[in-house]
Every structure is written in C-alpha cells, then in structure tokens.
Design a protein around this ligand. Structure first.
Ligand code: CA
Length: 424
C-alpha cells in the first residue's frame, strides 16, 4: 500500500537529525505528561512531542472525526475507536501541518510554542489501556533453540508448531511502560538436583526480545478476522520486553503453561508506531512448509523488516550489545496470528496486546533471550568490565531498540528500557 504521507522525499520544517527515529514519515502516537498538566495524547517529530490536545483546541483538526475527549485523556483507547480510517486521517493531518512548505501552523509561532514540546520536558506514560494480552511463540529459530535446549535437535519443534501460531493468554495488568524499574521476582522453583521445591528470588531472570501489536475494536463474539482483513484491525506496534523467570517457569509450567514466571512484568516502548507508517518496510516471509490450513493462508508481503537491538547496561557502566535481530525472521506474521486467534470466534477487543514471541535470528549473536545467548548458562556472555552474564543481574538495565530503514528514511520505536532492582 502506498500512502502519500510515507513518501521518502518528504521533509519537515521542524529540524530532524539524520539518525532520528521520528522523521515526518513516522508520527507515532503516545501519552505524554508535562509538569502538573493532565496527561494527553501526543505524536512525535524529531526531539519534540506534538501536543494533539493543543492542536485540537487551536483549531487544526477541523473536518476530522475527532473531539476534544479523544485527546484530553490518559490513553489512546478513545481515539482508537475511530478505527483505521480515523487514525489514518489524523496522521495525514499532522503530516500536512508539519511538512516543509506548509505554512498553516509554521507561520504562527505562538501556536507552535504551544503545540511543540521539547522531549526533555515530557514524561511518557502507558499509551494504551490493555484489556487482554496474548503472547505468541512465532520465531522458528527461537522455538528450535528452546527445543534443542530442553529436548533434542531432532525433535526440537513440537509437532503442532508449523501448523499453528502457538500462543497463550498472558497477564495484562503487569504490562508497564519503558522506564519503570521493577524488583526481581521471587517464587517457587525446584533446582534439578532437589527433591522438593524451594521458595526464593529467581536466579534465572531473562529478557525476551519481542514486538507487540495493538488492535482496534474487532468483531463481536463468534466473528473471525481473516488474514486478508487483519491489517484493518491492527493499530500499531511497540517493542516488548517479555521478562521471564526461567527457574519459576520451568517448575510451574506443566501442564497448563506459563504463569508466575511471566506475569511479574512486561515492558513496552511508549510510542505506538502505526502499521501505516511501517507499510514501506514490508518484506516477504519464509516459505511455509508444510502448507498451512486455508484460514492461515495469506497473500502479499506481510512480514516487516525491523532491526532490533538488545543491550545490557550494568550499574554505572557503558551499555553492551548482546543481540542484534530482526522482526523479518518471524515464521508466522501478525495477520496469521490474528486470524488464528479469532478463528474459533474469540472476540478481539480494542486495546488488546499481542506479543510476537521471542525474535531470534538464524545466527549466534541474533538470539533474543539470555537462555539462548548463554545456551542455558553453559556459555556465559563475557562483558567488557570483566564480569559475565548467564542471566540478568540486579541493577542491570536491559535496553531494546528497534527501527526500520529504507530509501533514506528511518522509522524507529525509540527504546524500551528497565532496570532490575534487588528482590524486596
Ligand atoms: Ca514471550
């Protein structure tokens, strides 16, 4: 799909530095708080937040299907009720106002001063009130690596894996925004040599490099969203660190799957990059063999090339890159995930969050969890400060960044970062 607001030749009268994640072709959405003001809906360009409430109040949203309550609020949910048609129009309007040569706003400095807020003055809040959280397991390399670690290379993938986008229902209440530090979880675990479980801090705390997508209102109970329709139900994406306590998880997960080893915290990046802005970066996915069932078939390029980085920053030290992966490596794409999720008639609701599953690339250095990087602790990752990492230590900050790049345009997500505090 070709949208004029994605034209690589567009520039803005707002100065945007070369390596910025937020050129005029991006225009993501988020919730900002400035000083004692009430939270509000914003977009972003370069080093500025665009205050959409002020833009509305000052009369720049005329003839759009929005009202003040869409922007004078602490989540994107109300605005998202306008669906893809509405949010696309909104992004087009913002683009038009900020494109080089556009004078409507640019010539009114007293309005510019109210609408553009230096990002240094802004606190980013949780962008969406998430109703349900579903986490998939859709990277073949990740599933293969985990299968090798816990079973054997011959039977690494479970028999269902290439037929079903495997997933589970996660916990929405503990999805929190980048920058909110959290304490190491504690729980029940059973060391391999012990006869009975013990209670204590997780010793095998891990990150999972994922992306998440967020939905518009879906269909009522009983309805299904096809792979063809899926794009119309996806608002946008963020980076997701789906933390895992491997020792708690390993003991509890039989037979019903992940529970307390996952539900203590999952962090998302705060700017939701619209699916529209990501369209130019579509790529083809892997050939799916065996052939999938008809409801999972799709046409066109439905994967997206998003460069992904994971870094660990020990307290007081420089950040260290531990993984470089790419979202294009997924076996199952978002359209297939959404079609599968709703094929039984499950109703998808506005603000649902769907995790990709850990995104591992095919080579060492591209693995999206410490479980794989340290190969279950057998190959510790050497840090420049002389320490090593099998899993994440107290006071480590884990940082994930992501961006697409093509035709001189870089569309990024910013970052999701959080520090692990000692157990309470
Ligand atoms: Ca996960």
């Amino acid at each position: 799909m070709s949208l004029s607001v994605n034209d690589p030749s567009l520039t803005s009268w707002v100065e945007v530095s070369k390596g910025s994640d937020f050129p005029v072709q991006n225009l993501p959405f988020g919730i900002i708080k400035v000083g004692d003001d009430q939270p509000r809906v914003a977009s972003r360009i370069g080093e500025f937040a665009i205050d959409l409430k002020s833009m509305f109040v000052l009369g720049y949203m005329e003839n759009l299907p929005f009202s003040l309550e869409d922007f004078d609020t602490d989540s994107l949910n109300i605005m998202m009720k306008k669906g893809k048609v509405g949010t696309r129009k909104l992004r087009e309007r913002i683009s038009k106002l900020f494109q080089a040569g556009s004078e409507d706003l640019h010539t009114k400095q007293h309005h510019v001063d109210q609408i553009l807020i230096s990002i240094d003055e802004v606190t980013m809040l949780m962008p969406i009130v998430i109703g349900d959280y579903t986490d998939f397991y859709s990277s073949e390399q990740h599933a293969y690596n985990v299968g090798c670690l816990f079973r054997d290379p011959e039977n690494a993938l479970m028999p269902n894996w290439k037929h079903i986008p495997v997933g589970y229902h996660g916990r929405a209440s503990s999805i929190i925004p980048s920058g909110v530090d959290f304490h190491r979880p504690k729980g029940q675990k059973k060391p391999p040599t012990a006869d009975v479980p013990v209670f204590g801090p997780s010793n095998l705390l891990d990150f999972e490099l994922e992306t998440a997508f967020f939905t518009y209102e879906g269909k009522p109970l009983g309805g299904s969203i096809s792979t063809e329709e899926a794009d119309d139900y996806i608002f946008g994406m963020a980076l997701l660190n789906d933390w895992s306590a491997r020792d708690i998880q390993g003991w509890e997960y039989v037979p019903l799957g992940p529970f307390l080893g996952k539900s203590f915290a999952s962090h998302i990046s705060c700017w939701i990059v619209t699916l529209d802005a990501l369209e130019p970066f579509r790529v083809s996915g892997p050939v799916q063999d065996p052939k999938v069932l008809p409801y999972l078939e799709y046409s066109g390029d439905k994967h997206i090339a998003i460069n992904l980085d994971v870094l660990i920053k020990p307290e007081g030290k420089e950040e260290v890159s531990v993984c470089k992966s790419n979202y294009k490596h997924m076996y199952w794409n978002m359209n297939q995930q959404l079609a599968h999720h709703s094929v039984n008639g499950c109703n998808i609701r506005l603000g649902d969050c769907m995790g990709s599953g850990t995104i591992s690339g095919p080579n060492e250095g591209e693995y999206g969890s410490m479980l794989e990087i340290s190969w279950k602790g057998t190959k510790p990752f050497p840090m420049p400060d002389g320490t090593e990492r099998k899993f994440i230590l107290d006071n480590d900050t884990v940082i994930m960044r992501g961006y697409c790049e093509k035709d001189g345009v870089r569309i990024g997500f910013g970052e999701v970062a959080a520090k692990v505090l000692p157990v309470t």
